[in-house]
Design a protein around this ligand. Structure first.
Ligand code: DX5
Ligand code: ZN
Length: 216
């Protein structure tokens, strides 16, 4: 199975948002990663529905929406209406994760679960067979352009083993500090989806960086 690259719109130029979405449309990237932050679960605010809807309007690619918010159940239907294709919630933010995942599916989206760097993949045992994606955070969530945390390789390898053991059908996504110097090692460990913000948008040639991340 070939892997997916999801440029993170958080690193785009918000004054030229439709231009940057168009760059992704014209590129070989398969998804667009959309980070939603509430200033409570993470120490930063990003953007909300009006911006997300305008991304949806100009994007030809599926929106991979990463919620860094507490109590995400309140907004599941709103994210479906705003055009999310994959909706990922944090395990650390959900008291009734099974209920949340069911609600995401009922709203017609793929369901993902994100883990902070300190959260072990064993926490996923009870939910592994219900979800479509696991997002392993390889930085502490809240900001783009941070340094990749090395322990993520081990988490990917452990999750690959668990996926086999449980017969689960899910993608393993890595989010944070993904660059041209570590992407191959992440793929070798078993990553299926590479989120890339800073490495794509700070590149002098974003399209070529995306191609390199895809090994094209
Ligand atoms: C961090 C976000 C990431 C971020 C990644 O909290 O979840 O998606 O945009 O950006 P880079 O690739 O710059 O680390
Ligand atoms: Zn993210």
């Amino acid at each position: 199975m070939s892997h997916i690259v999801a440029p993170s719109i958080l690193s785009a130029d918000f004054g030229n948002l439709s231009r940057d979405v168009q760059m992704i449309n014209d590129s070989k990237a398969q998804w667009v990663h959309v980070d939603i932050m509430d200033g409570v679960f993470v120490p930063n605010l990003s953007f909300g529905f009006p911006v997300m809807k305008s991304i949806k309007k100009s994007s030809t690619k599926p929106l991979d929406v990463h919620l860094m918010i507490i109590d995400p159940d309140r907004y599941i239907d709103d994210f479906a209406a705003a055009g999310a294709d994959v909706l990922t919630v944090h395990i650390e933010a959900c008291t009734h994760l099974h209920r949340t995942v069911s609600a995401i599916h009922e709203a017609g989206m793929k369901a993902g679960v994100a883990l902070n760097p300190h959260t072990p993949v064993s926490m996923l045992e009870g939910i592994l067979n219900e979800i479509d994606l696991v997002c392993l955070m390889s930085v502490n969530p809240g900001f783009g352009g941070q340094k990749y945390i090395e322990n993520t390789y081990k988490k990917i390898r452990d999750l690959v083993k668990m996926r086999v053991e449980y017969g689960a059908d899910l993608k393993i996504e890595v989010d944070g500090g993904v660059s041209l110097s570590n992407y191959q090692k992440l793929l070798d460990a078993g990553a299926d989806v590479l989120v890339a913000g800073n490495s794509v948008f700070s590149s002098t040639d974003p399209q070529s960086t995306i191609k390199q991340l895809l090994n094209l």
